[in-house]
Design a binder for this molecule. Structure first.
Ligand SMILES: Cc1cc2nc3c(=O)[nH]c(=O)nc-3n(C[C@H](O)[C@H](O)[C@H](O)COP(=O)(O)OP(=O)(O)OC[C@H]3O[C@@H](n4cnc5c(N)ncnc54)[C@H](O)[C@@H]3O)c2cc1C
Length: 488
């Protein structure tokens, strides 16, 4: 019973945590990326693919298994469709299909762990069906009357609850947003006046929503045009978007709904992005891959510095992403230089040992010659020795010399063996490591990635805070990156 309760009511408003997202980003294919936009790659990873509901019609049923999309069909389909099955509608609306979010738990406190599973299933069933009804026809206002008339049994049981859920979804902008035909007049005019500062897309949508709730709204804009960062440059036949131009992931993205409402056909952007060197030649695939991995490694290091080591300030000043990246590059350069220095030190130490061993062998050889000479003399004396005591003394001396000779020969062999080992070591160290971390070509490619990151963030990396620059990563959209098609 407890297990089922946890499944239905979760404290997580987002089904995934940031660590999972980051890990996923690491696992993704390095080249099939939205590198034309962001540091991370857009390819839908398998886990998320499995969570993605199908776009095809199927019987609505709260209990059925999540449908799986065919990755091939999905990848090759250049048009997008709004997901309108129950699961699809939840996914499109960024709701977990079988859980209440924290916001919902706050708004509907009666659906706590004490309520029955059936009651919560009714709640989720109503919520999911309202989302579905909205997404099935986003060009027209979804009214409460329509919902009540069309919601099927047993979800029609409590009109008051339906009204509350409908109002909640409308209040938080999950339904009836964008550009659509209004079917009902604003019922209640509010006395409060609201000033919205800034006529960018956020301000405009907020103003529109507030107006639809009956408020009198004034939008103040500093510039002589609306749109904010969304701006299109036009000169004779040339048109360029100076701000937003790419829908960065179509699923769960309200912009896809706006596109649908405006009949704007979204075109899938090719994931490939070949790089060309300054000589105009294509950068090799292997070089491209290596440098993309290196770029991602550097970003991972910045993330480690910030999120694991909490190294976000230097001299009480916040560190920028640009600073951190340059430090990491310098540290890498230092590490490579240290590797070369250690290599040279190692070679020098080995060579010094070889020389001193050779010297020792030469010394041992002269000792052996002396000992051999002494031995010959003893043997000669032994031949002519006349008394027992003298013979014994010479025999003792002879054995002493033989013992020393054996010792010297062993020492010599040990030194020779050691020198053979050192020779082998020197051969192993034959290839000196490079003392350059990035060649000029490597650096140019890395600079492209850095510039691309600046483009994606619309500001130089020095202006981005190391600690917060990627705070929206967890809210990234998934699915193709698309763009609208213009006709002149
Ligand atoms: C070059 C570039 C490319 C981009 N590409 C994409 C993309 O491909 N896809 C994508 O999804 N996003 C992209 N973005 C980001 C996207 O444009 C923004 O996230 C979005 O437009 C932000 O909208 P906003 O309303 O929150 O802010 P803004 O668009 O910045 O709007 C804020 C408005 O407030 C006004 N304002 C500010 N202060 C005051 C004041 N004190 N009084 C009165 N008015 C004030 C400003 O003049 C401005 O009009 C890009 C941005 C840039 C710059």
């Amino acid at each position: 019973m407890e297990t089922e309760t946890i499944l239905l009511i979760s404290d997580e408003s987002e089904p995934e945590d940031s660590t999972t997202n980051r890990r996923r980003a690491e696992e993704q294919d390095p080249l099939e990326g939205k590198r034309n936009l962001r540091k991370k790659k857009p390819k839908i990873d398998n886990d998320r693919k499995d969570q993605m509901p199908t776009t095809s019609d199927k019987k609505d049923d709260e209990n059925q298994e999540p449908a799986k999309i065919d990755p091939i069909e999905y990848e090759t389909d250049t048009r997008y469709e709004i997901l309108t099955t129950l699961e699809g509608a939840c996914f499109q609306s960024r709701f977990p299909y079988d859980k209440m979010t924290t916001y919902e738990i706050v708004a509907f406190p009666e659906f706590t762990k004490k309520t029955t599973i059936e009651q919560r299933r009714i709640y989720l069933g109503i919520r999911n069906r309202i989302l579905k009804m909205w997404l099935e026809n986003v060009k027209q206002q979804l009214t409460y009357d329509f919902v009540v008339k069309n919601i099927e049994k047993p979800f029609d049981i409590d009109p008051v609850l339906i009204k509350r859920i409908f109002t909640f979804l409308e209040r938080y902008g999950y339904i009836n947003y964008g550009i659509f035909t209004k079917l009902e007049e604003i019922k209640e005019k509010r006395r409060e006046k609201i000033i919205v500062i800034g006529a960018g897309i956020s301000g405009l949508i907020a103003a529109q929503k507030l107006q639809s709730f009956g408020f009198e709204v004034i939008v103040l804009e500093a510039r002589d045009r609306v749109g904010g960062r969304v701006a299109t440059f036009r000169k004779s036949n040339y048109i360029a978007d100076l701000g937003a131009m790419v829908v960065t992931g179509i699923y769960g993205n309200p912009i896809t709904i706006l596109a649908k409402q405006l009949d704007l056909e979204l075109k899938k952007i090719k994931a490939q992005c070949p790089l060309f060197g300054s000589n105009g030649k294509l950068i090799s695939k292997s070089k491209d891959e290596i440098m993309e991995l290196e770029f991602n490694k550097i970003l991972e290091c910045t993330s480690y510095l910030s999120h694991v080591l909490d190294f976000n300030y230097a001299d009480n000043t916040p560190i920028s992403l640009g600073q951190a990246i340059e430090w990491i590059i310098k540290l890498q350069e230092k590490k490579i230089k240290m590797k070369k220095i250690n290599y040279l030190k190692n070679i020098k130490e080995i060579q010094q040992e070889v020389i001193s061993n050779e010297q020792a062998i030469a010394d041992i050889n002269s000792d052996i010659l002396v000992l051999k000479d002494n031995l010959m003399q003893i043997l000669d004396h032994q031949k002519v020795a006349d008394d027992e005591e003298n013979r014994l003394r010479l025999e003792f001396k002879k054995r002493e010399i033989i013992r020393d000779l054996t010792k010297k020969r062993k020492e010599k062999n040990d030194k020779k063996k050691r020198n053979q080992e050192l020779d082998a070591k020197l051969k192993e160290l034959d290839e000196p490591p490079s003392d350059v971390y990035l060649s000029s070509e490597d650096r140019a490619i890395l600079d492209w990635h850095l510039a691309n990151l600046e483009f994606a963030n619309a500001t130089p990396l020095q202006n981005l805070s190391l600690k917060h620059w990627d705070q929206d990563d967890d809210f990234e959209f998934i699915g193709h990156h698309t763009t609208g098609e213009y006709t002149l």
